[in-house]
Design a protein around this ligand. Sequence first.
Ligand SMILES: *[C@@H]1O[C@H](CO)[C@@H](O)[C@H](O)[C@H]1NC(C)=O
Ligand SMILES: *[C@@H]1O[C@H](CO)[C@@H](O)[C@H](O)[C@H]1NC(C)=O
Ligand SMILES: *[C@@H]1O[C@H](CO)[C@@H](O)[C@H](O)[C@H]1NC(C)=O
Ligand SMILES: *[C@@H]1O[C@H](CO)[C@@H](O)[C@H](O)[C@H]1NC(C)=O
Length: 380
Amino acid sequence: MKWLVLLGLVSVSECIVKIPLRRVKTMRKTLSEKNMLNNFPKEHAYRLSQISFRGSNLTIHPLRNIMDLVYLGNITIGTPPQKFQVIFDTGSADLWVPSDFCAVQACSIHARFRHLQSSTFRPTNRTFSITYGCGTVKGIVVHDTVRIGDLVSTDQPFGLSTAEYGFKRIPFDGVLGLNYPNISYSGAIPIFDKLKNEGAISEPVFAFYLSKDGQEGSVVMFGGVDHRYYKGELNWVPLIQAGNWMVHMDRISIERKVIACSGGCHVIVDTGTAFIKGPKSLVDNMQKLIGARPRGSKYCVSCSAVNTLPTIIFTINRINYPVPGRAYIIKDSRGCCYTTFKENQLSPSTEIWILGEVFLRLYFSVFDRGNDRIGLAQAV
Ligand SMILES: *[C@@H]1O[C@H](CO)[C@@H](O)[C@H](O)[C@H]1NC(C)=O
Ligand SMILES: *[C@@H]1O[C@H](CO)[C@@H](O)[C@H](O)[C@H]1NC(C)=O
Ligand SMILES: *[C@@H]1O[C@H](CO)[C@@H](O)[C@H](O)[C@H]1NC(C)=O
Ligand SMILES: *[C@@H]1O[C@H](CO)[C@@H](O)[C@H](O)[C@H]1NC(C)=O
């Protein structure tokens, strides 16, 4: 169980990415109101088990891409509904938002839940504390109605933070965990499990399409898979163990030369991590092979060389998932084109990699709780 708790530490690692909040607000204005949903009417969505079935219970929920670093979606809590922007995080299993008793700055600059204004609010006497890669959130467990688009979970337990440390510069209010209940710190039933148990979701799956280059159109879908978000077939990979979104990886290579994960390793598919993370020595070696030079905490390459960089191939269940230079390099505001391979702070005995949004922009991902497996396919 200890390793599961340790793995919980890695989620929402974007909180280490400094995003100026003012830029987030400007981006919000410049993005047009219209989203991709309008082009994907629900009656054309297909269920997972019967690809040609015209299911109507698929919920496609829009996410906003903030500079390719974080994807946020709106949920509401309470009666009448109060709106929050959250990360839909497959790396953790708890839902929390700031409470209005939280006085620290990290809370006061975000939307806070006003429990006195909700007629369906129900407190408990339980507390929770979650430690992420960048900070800690503490608070109380409460119940209220939570909505993700047209999915409604009444009397849903969730966390209300009363103190947050290290979360000041994050552009989201809270986190909605989509991992297995085993990973939960609060012990509360996760919203996906509750919706699934109540039959609100037609198939126990959810899937992510993450847009590239800051564009709109990113979505998380619940209850099925809309095949127009990917090309070709979904390749299914069984989980190493039910209880965490972690699978076996065969190897990582550059032009048939294995550069990491030789002999196989574990890989976590994490929508709450921006980058691709691995053990320090292997990541350092990868930076060398790419020709990246350290600059501050980053490894940069010449921006004009991005298209000539080697493609890195992740082989999972015998299928190759290439990640080309233009996908693993991001240009920062100071003109540094940096690699998105980062050291995983954890050092468990097994080699563990984390495939975050850099990978998930290229590969549409399906999280299948019914069969304890992950599906990957080339994103459109
Ligand atoms: C959709 O959900 C309703 C109940 O909410 C159920 O009766 C119906 O069978 C579901 N349809 C599909 C295609 O799963
Ligand atoms: C979330 O709501 C805000 C308004 O409160 C809106 O500007 C934003 O576009 C919404 N996000 C998404 C992904 O729909
Ligand atoms: C919490 O509430 C339960 C009943 O709801 C009660 O049995 C328990 O003693 C309470 N615990 C504390 C620490 O107040
Ligand atoms: C996690 O929970 C699942 C049921 O959701 C169970 O089958 C599995 O054994 C649990 N895994 C661990 C490591 O406790």
